[in-house]
Structures are given as structure tokens and as C-alpha cells.
Design a protein around this ligand. Structure first.
Ligand code: FES
Length: 129
């Protein structure tokens, strides 16, 4: 069995206690049935890692964040698209294998949690439900 970052519960990123910048950001995951779950993500980790650590359904993340499976596909809420950043070419190529790709589609293993994303909302496509 391949060991991934998801198997290691040790925090690898984030600001030190007492530091200036927030070390967590709230992220809301809305599943394909409309149920919303808000959790805290560690700054420096990814939105996908946050989902997996919090047992968020419909984000299988089968490749463990290697941008090689597209099972972490989400729609970024319109108000957060710009702050979430742009897709890399590798992410664009992998999205070619996803269903229901829209202009606001992202692979959430490619979105790094940062303080500016506090309040981010993402929705999983119906095909992942
Ligand atoms: Fe596989 Fe994101 S976890 S592409």
C-alpha cells in the first residue's frame, strides 16, 4: 500500500502559535445533495487534505493529491474563484478527465489553504455523489 500525506496526521504546515498570520481558515463543503459542512483547514495544507481529514463525503482523492485522478473535483463558489487562484496546466489536463467541468471547476488538491480563503465555499459535482 502506498503511504500518502493523508496517512500522516502530523501537522506539516501552518503558522507557529503566537505568530501573526492566522493558521486556519474556515472552508464550507457543499455536497451534491446540498448539505453544507464547515470545517477549519490548516494554512499551508490543501483544500483536499482538509476534506479528507474531516471525512467530507464525495471527495475521494484517490491519488492522494498528485493531480492524477480528478476525484477531488469541486466547483468554487463564484465569489471565491479569483482568490482560489488559477489552474496549472497539469490541473487543466487532469480536468479533461472529469465530468461536468465548468468555468469554476478546480481540483481541490491544487488549492492551498491560506488566510485569504477564510470562508471559502466549494461544491462537489453531482457525478461524485
Ligand atoms: Fe487526485 Fe486531486 S486528489 S487529482
Amino acid at each position: 500500500m502506498v503511504k500518502t500525506v493523508l496517512d500522516d496526521p502530523t501537522p506539516r504546515y501552518g503558522a507557529e502559535p503566537g505568530g501573526g498570520a492566522p493558521s486556519k481558515a474556515k472552508i464550507t463543503f457543499v455536497d451534491s445533495h446540498g448539505q453544507a459542512r464547515t470545517v477549519e483547514g490548516e494554512v499551508g495544507s490543501t483544500v483536499m487534505e482538509t476534506a479528507r481529514r474531516n471525512d467530507i463525503p464525495e471527495i475521494a482523492a484517490e491519488c492522494g493529491g498528485a493531480c492524477a485522478c480528478a476525484t477531488c473535483h469541486v466547483y468554487v463558489d463564484a465569489t471565491w474563484v479569483e482568490k482560489a487562484g488559477t489552474r496549472s496546466q497539469m490541473e487543466e489536463d487532469m480536468l479533461d478527465f472529469a465530468f461536468g467541468v465548468e468555468a469554476n471547476s478546480r481540483l481541490c488538491c491544487q488549492i492551498t489553504v491560506k488566510p485569504e480563503l477564510d470562508g471559502l465555499t466549494v461544491t462537489t459535482p453531482a457525478q461524485q455523489g
